[in-house]
Design a protein around this ligand. Structure first.
Ligand SMILES: Cc1cc2nc3c(=O)[nH]c(=O)nc-3n(C[C@H](O)[C@H](O)[C@H](O)COP(=O)(O)OP(=O)(O)OC[C@H]3O[C@@H](n4cnc5c(N)ncnc54)[C@H](O)[C@@H]3O)c2cc1C
Length: 431
């Protein structure tokens, strides 16, 4: 208790001299964190420029459903200009962050444009961590962007079409997911559901027994962040859906069409999905700002980057901690709450007030496995699995989606998916 109070006091800092009452704020990244910051700043007198490399915000938690033809790409993307339409002092610039001049307070975009700031909020999200495993980057797919999700969808359906045309060769219908966390479990469950349902309806000449979905996890259980009971439930449910779960297996290397495991096992495959680890985008390491575990930007209690009075880091990009000093998970809730907090600190500083520390409120964690199967931990030791967890998962995702059109579209798609046993957009785009 005393230690906590001390930590809080240390994180509280004096007002920054010379802060204008109407500061210029640049927010880089229109993800959960950046958008939460912008929404909060819009309530206050600040001139805000939001920057993102895309002109839309991506709802990452449902990307895997785009990849497995459950949802359309437009369901999980929302135009940024629509988000900020009602925010009078907020503008958007599409561009990719290249560098930050912390001394002179401006950022440089890849095309050479510069943007001055009084305060900068960095929330550029995360990307895959390949841990230096040979061939992992080249011969696997990760799903962090809409393009990547569509790439996976194209690849999956090309495998089916090729199998119809030329027969099932060299494990062409073996789909391997690496990483048994929430993303890996969701992907494995969705691919298994898609593969088996699609074969029965659309690819009737293929034998369902030729499809294999393998989930590889190096720990002794899936969903390490959840209670053991829920891990076991997830494993059982995946098995029922035809997924082979390999625990305590480590990936040694990837070669074209083959994944090599530490145990000596080699798996010929048609697709490897990488859900094994999270890193930050390469640009973060080039900003000249202090980084810690996973390359994340080191921040103080108020979420300012260590050593920078005017730069905040939020969401997956930041190495923020809870009050016990444990790093916060790279999930939507810490990003949303962190984004809001950074905005509130800028408001406080502009009013000549002191900053105060970020307190993360854990609202629980969920993961879905497939139709009527999910797990959820919702605080106070309450654990759910099966249909109640699945309904909670569906409800939460619809509520969190941006835009009424997207919410309605996702609900219609899910209902259709449920009734029709998954006849989604099974199309190969781009030839
Ligand atoms: C497949 C998948 C499933 C997930 N499922 C869940 C889940 O079920 N529940 C959950 O809580 N969390 C989930 N997460 C994690 C969650 O999506 C992230 O924690 C959350 O998106 C982090 O928010 P953020 O704002 O930090 O980053 P993001 O939402 O990733 O936003 C970062 C933004 O920065 C932009 N950007 C990146 N680099 C640059 C640059 N150089 N210049 C300009 N802009 C840039 C990107 O375009 C993006 O818009 C999932 C993540 C993935 C990938």
């Amino acid at each position: 208790m005393i230690a906590t109070r001390l930590r809080q006091r240390r994180a509280t800092t004096a007002p920054v001299q010379g802060t204008p009452s109407r500061p210029k704020v640049v927010v880089v990244g229109a993800g959960f964190a950046g958008l939460a910051a912008v929404e909060e700043l819009a309530k206050f007198t600040a001139d805000v420029t939001l920057v993102d490399r895309h002109n839309f915000a991506t709802f990452q938690p449902l990307l895997y459903q785009v990849a497995t033809a459950g949802l359309n790409p437009g369901d999980v993307a929302f135009p940024i200009r629509t988000v900020i339409r009602s925010m009078a002092r907020t503008k958007f610039e599409q561009g990719e962050l290249a560098s930050v001049d912390a001394e002179r307070k401006f950022i440089v975009l890849e095309d050479g444009r510069t943007l001055d700031y009084d305060y900068l909020i960095l929330g550029v999200g995360a990307t895959a961590n390949y841990f230096g495993i040979a061939g992992a980057r080249e011969y696997s797919h990760a799903i962090y962007t809409l393009d990547e999700a569509l790439d996976v969808r194209n690849h999956l359906f090309r495998q089916f079409e090729q199998a119809v045309a030329h027969g099932v060769r060299d494990g062409a219908l073996t789909f391997v997911v690496v990483g048994g966390g929430a993303t890996g479990v969701e992907l494995a469950g969705a691919i298994a559901e898609l593969a088996h349902k699609a074969l029965y309806t659309d690819y009737t000449s293929l034998n369902p027994d030729d499809v294999k979905v393998i989930l590889i996890e190096q720990q002794s259980r899936l969903l390490e962040a959840f209670h053991e009971e829920l891990s076991e439930y997830a494993r059982r449910e995946l098995r029922t859906r035809g997924v082979t779960v390999l625990l305590e297996e480590t990936v040694e290397a990837l070669e074209p069409g083959v994944i090599l495991l530490h145990s000596g096992r080699e798996i010929q495959n048609g697709l490897v999905l990488w859900a094994a680890g999270v890193a930050v985008p390469a640009v973060v390491g080039r900003l000249g700002l202090p980084t810690g575990r996973g390359g994340r930007l080191m921040v103080g209690g108020d979420l300012r980057v260590i050593g920078s009075e005017h730069i905040f880091a939020v969401g997956d990009t930041a190495l923020a901690s809870d009050l016990s000093g444990n790093p916060l998970p790279q999930l939507a809730q810490p990003a949303i709450q962190g984004g809001r907090h950074a905005a509130l600190q800028i408001c406080a500083l502009a009013k000549g007030e002191t900053t105060y520390p970020f307190r993360y409120r854990d609202k629980g964690t969920m993961a879905t496995i497939g139709r009527r199967a999910a797990v959820a931990e919702v605080g106070h030791g309450i654990r759910l699995s099966g249909t109640p967890a699945w309904l909670a998962w569906l409800g939460l995702h619809v509520v969190t989606l941006l835009g009424s059109r997207n919410k309605a579209s996702v609900m219609i798609n899910w209902t259709w998916h449920y009734i029709s046993w998954g006849k989604g957009p099974r199309v190969i785009l781009g030839g």
